[in-house]
Design a protein around this ligand. Sequence first.
Ligand SMILES: Cc1cc2nc3c(=O)[nH]c(=O)nc-3n(C[C@H](O)[C@H](O)[C@H](O)COP(=O)(O)OP(=O)(O)OC[C@H]3O[C@@H](n4cnc5c(N)ncnc54)[C@H](O)[C@@H]3O)c2cc1C
Length: 113
Amino acid sequence: MQKWHKERVLLIGDASAAFLPTAGVGASIAMESAAVLNDELARVDTRSVPDAIDLFLKRRRRRVDTIQAQSRLLFKLMSLKPEPLTMACNVLLRCISVDQFFGSITRWMRQPI
Ligand SMILES: Cc1cc2nc3c(=O)[nH]c(=O)nc-3n(C[C@H](O)[C@H](O)[C@H](O)COP(=O)(O)OP(=O)(O)OC[C@H]3O[C@@H](n4cnc5c(N)ncnc54)[C@H](O)[C@@H]3O)c2cc1C
């Protein structure tokens, strides 16, 4: 979603940014967001909830958007068409480890939330 909140209503998890199952990170991202939201809400009283939401968005937006974009890119690579491209990709994928393939995502996931 382009916008994750309206006034005091905030979307997290798949409702804000759904991930393709191929990346295998959607649940982790949803739980990260829940933890960060809990952290921000724990620091404010009810009047300052909009500030907590702003801080939540600052901590989460770039990370979630980047990992989502990377997961979509990987999916495109996995589902290349026409067939010769798929075959070339399959050969290439045999030469690299899972860690290398998902490297861009795991590097982000290793950063503290
Ligand atoms: C095939 C597949 C494989 C996946 N594999 C992985 C994986 O390996 N690793 C990983 O991290 N992620 C994986 N994911 C992604 C992960 O499942 C989701 O990112 C995660 O479940 C999102 O959590 P959520 O709480 O945001 O949404 P959901 O888990 O979808 O929870 C939303 C809940 O709201 C309920 N609901 C909906 N509408 C209403 C309503 N009107 N009133 C009340 N309740 C309502 C739904 O019934 C549901 O229980 C996979 C997803 C798929 C589809």
